[in-house]
Design a protein around this ligand. Structure first.
Ligand code: UD1
Ligand code: MG
Length: 361
């Protein structure tokens, strides 16, 4: 590890200190403000609980907005204390712009339940800004067995940028559709974040080139505050939920990852951390494209007698597939099973990135 880089240590220390303060304020504000959301009728019924729909607890919705705002403020304070050069500052500010745009979309979605087309248009436009400032290559190194066809390096040009567009749209929507049990939206994001941080630290300590080094510091600066503010949210969103994170948080989490992956130049590794979301997305395709009816909620069936959640045959989601294989579970167990699967997939991603990759590249 580059122990002698005092500037790096100062950056990490600043990041952790501001993030701890942010954690404290997130906890405080979620506690103090959730009543205001309930007064403003920004609520959601906790569907997987006993009782009639009228008697179920109404939780404050869209509470991820507090996480988002604190995260953005944290980032601005942090960047004003760090001495970024003009180029890095441009990247960082563009990242924050995209994050802000997606937070606005998410919050509007929580207020008025937007149509699908808006959930595609917003990240599409956000990705334009990311592509505009992206300063990396647009070529890929080919696996050894395919080099006799494509050569060692394949220039993808415009296709690499189209891939960025698709990645941004995917990240900002895929967490949202892998949801429906208490805590899952925040816990999956936290696992991805922790693995991204580990990846960043590994790459920083390897310091293959100065630009790889700086790119991973860039990502770390966004990931650390994201981790702390999300942990504060999870504290309230975990089973039994006292608040819901809303689409505000899911689109926020997705764009933060997209910004780190694209501007940090590790989008392919990032995508490996999204294996559960990719599986859930592929399973969901028939319903997303309306070949099969897609109801408002695709949650498993809650059995009021056993308190367990049961597989619903016509909901094509990863949660339902899990219940089909392992049988009924209570809500907390469903969240734990999905989180463990997320961790397993991220470990597998590391195996591919640091184990298998050296044999193919
Ligand atoms: C997405 C999913 C939907 C899933 C929903 C649950 C798709 C296409 N859409 O919709 O299938 O049912 O997320 O988040 O896959 N809720 C709970 N318990 C929870 C979380 C949410 O009861 O742990 C309920 C609450 O009533 C809450 C509502 O779901 O108000 C939030 O749903 P929202 O995030 O708006 O749903 P979508 O993102 O549109
Ligand atoms: Mg949602």
């Amino acid at each position: 590890f580059p122990f002698k880089d005092i500037k790096l240590w100062k950056t990490i220390a600043l990041c952790i200190v501001t993030s701890l303060i942010s954690y404290y304020y997130c906890i405080k504000l979620i506690k103090d403000l959730k009543g205001y959301m309930i007064d403003a009728k920004m609520t959601g019924k906790d569907l997987n609980k006993t009782g009639t729909i009228e008697s179920k607890p109404a939780n404050a919705e869209a509470m991820g907005i507090i996480t988002c705002i604190i995260f953005l403020m944290n980032s601005i304070i942090m960047v004003s204390l760090l001495d970024f050069d003009k180029d890095k500052l441009l990247l960082f500010m563009t990242g924050l712009l995209c994050i802000s745009l997606m937070v606005i979309l998410g919050f509007i979605d929580d207020v008025v339940a937007l149509k699908w087309k808006y959930k595609l248009i917003f990240p599409l436009i956000a990705s334009f800004a990311l592509i505009l400032v992206y300063d990396g290559k647009t070529s890929v190194i080919m696996p050894i067995p395919t080099r006799f066809i494509f050569g060692e390096v394949l220039e993808l040009g415009i296709f690499y940028k189209i891939y960025f567009v698709m990645l941004t749209i995917f990240c900002t929507n895929s967490i949202n559709i892998h949801a429906g049990v208490n805590g899952l939206e925040s816990s999956q994001s936290i696992v991805i974040c922790v693995f991204t941080i580990v990846h960043n630290i590994i790459e920083i300590s390897r310091k293959e080139t100065q630009s790889i080094y700086e790119n991973h510091i860039f990502s770390l600066i966004l990931m650390i505050p994201f981790l702390f503010t999300s942990l504060a949210l999870l504290k309230y969103n975990n089973f039994p939920s006292k608040i819901f994170v809303g689409d505000t948080y899911t689109s926020f989490a997705g764009i933060v990852f997209a910004v780190c992956g694209i501007l940090g130049h590790f989008s392919k590794t990032l995508l490996l951390f999204f294996i559960p979301q990719i599986i859930n997305f592929l399973l969901s395709l028939p319903q997303l494209f309306k070949f099969i009816h897609c109801p408002r909620h695709r949650m498993p069936k809650f059995n009021k007698k056993t308190y367990k959640m049961e597989c619903v045959d016509n909901h094509f989601t990863l949660i339902n597939a899990t219940l089909r294989v392992f049988g009924p579970m209570n809500e907390e167990q469903v969240n734990i099973s999905q989180t463990l699967f997320q961790i397993a997939c991220c470990l597998f991603a590391f195996f591919i990135r640091y184990g298998l990759a050296q044999f193919f590249f």
